[in-house]
Write a protein that binds this ligand. Sequence first.
Ligand SMILES: [Zn+2]
Length: 291
Amino acid sequence: MKWSPGDRSNIEDRRGMRMGGGGMRGGGMQLGIGGIIVLAILSYATGTDFLSLVGGGGDPLAPASGPAEPGQIATSPTEERAVDFVAAVSQDNQDTWTRLLGPRYERTVVSLFRDSVESACGMAESATGPFYCPGDHKVYIDLSFFEELDRKFGAPGDFAQAYVIAHEFGHHVQNLLGTNERAARDRSTGPNSASVALELQADCYAGVWGHEASRSGRFQAGKIELEPGDAEEALQAASSIGDDRLQKMGTGRVAPERFTHGSSAQRMQWFQRGLQSGDPARCDTFASVTQ
Ligand SMILES: [Zn+2]
């Protein structure tokens, strides 16, 4: 993937803000990238810490420069590079959707946080994974997730990371188009649930952006240009966070009736459909997933 830093106007930097307390509280629907939150709920219900099976193990992007002065953010060159990366991918996603949707698209920001964050959807911790909050229209990411994606979920590569960001922008598009209200009314789970349809559509929308980014000769500051092998990285990422795989990592067995995001095969299939067509209209998961 070719990319270079643009400006950071697509980023809201909350890394320096510390939240008191912990736990996931508060209302509203968080639209995440995977079923990681399911593991937290399982842990709570069973007393077994499933999150430790997939998470934990230190902070790979831990600041190298010591504690922050008030108003400053302790960071490292590696972490700043990651911020530039998120900014560039976000800018390119928003430019693409502005072109595709015209005035229906409203620009938003990606809010970077560490450990935990307070959003209009309540308090969230890093273990939730990246998510979109429909209440305040923002994407939330703790940069340490990218390391998790590589180490714990077996999905390395910059386009794998870009897919995760693009998936969350897919939820923003759904919010603007009113699609996620359909899913909000139906809180059921399972392979044919509205939740799965919504998540697979966000994967397809991520592919739509990937299609745009695969046009050659578009490379410039704040723009992405895909290279050979990038699509495979994203497909690997989509596969690695399928509900069946996450459930297997967490409990050793697959329970389709609890699917919220779709299986690995479905997630790859819908991302691929967006990537090949570049057409959001081809992403009508509700017609083919929900019965
Ligand atoms: Zn999602």
